[in-house]
Design a protein around this ligand. Structure first.
Ligand SMILES: [Zn+2]
Length: 113
């Protein structure tokens, strides 16, 4: 598992390495070993429909779920996961290209030439 933000905060306070709390399954060694062998794509035309494995439901034809697009404009912002907190991204400061100070831009610069 990966520790939550509270566990990370507690670990930092107690001077425990946060990396040591992350499960071994997330290690690079495990990831590379998972993809070590070749993975072959399933050929759609080569599939024998009669012998398809549909989870033990033989003879039952499975259709995709009946869905309709919800009304309204699709949201642009991602739905946060459980325990995830919205991080405020700091505003980029305007730096004037003419006098190199912040707070205004070249067009509104009042510095003497
Ligand atoms: Zn300026």
């Amino acid at each position: 598992m990966i520790p939550c933000s509270h566990a990370i905060a507690a670990a930092i306070k107690e001077k425990i390495s946060v990396e040591s709390l992350v499960s071994e399954v997330y290690s690079l060694d495990r990831l590379t070993s998972a993809y070590r062998d070749a993975i072959f794509p399933i050929c759609e035309t080569g599939l024998d429909r009669e012998h398809q494995d549909n989870g033990g439901l033989s003879g039952v034809e499975i259709f995709p779920p009946a869905t309709r697009r919800p009304p309204g404009r699709p949201r642009k912002r991602r739905i946060l996961s459980a325990g995830e907190i919205k991080m405020k991204n700091p505003r980029k400061r305007h730096v004037c290209s003419r006098c190199k100070t912040t707070g205004h831009n070249h067009a509104t610069c009042k510095a003497a030439i």
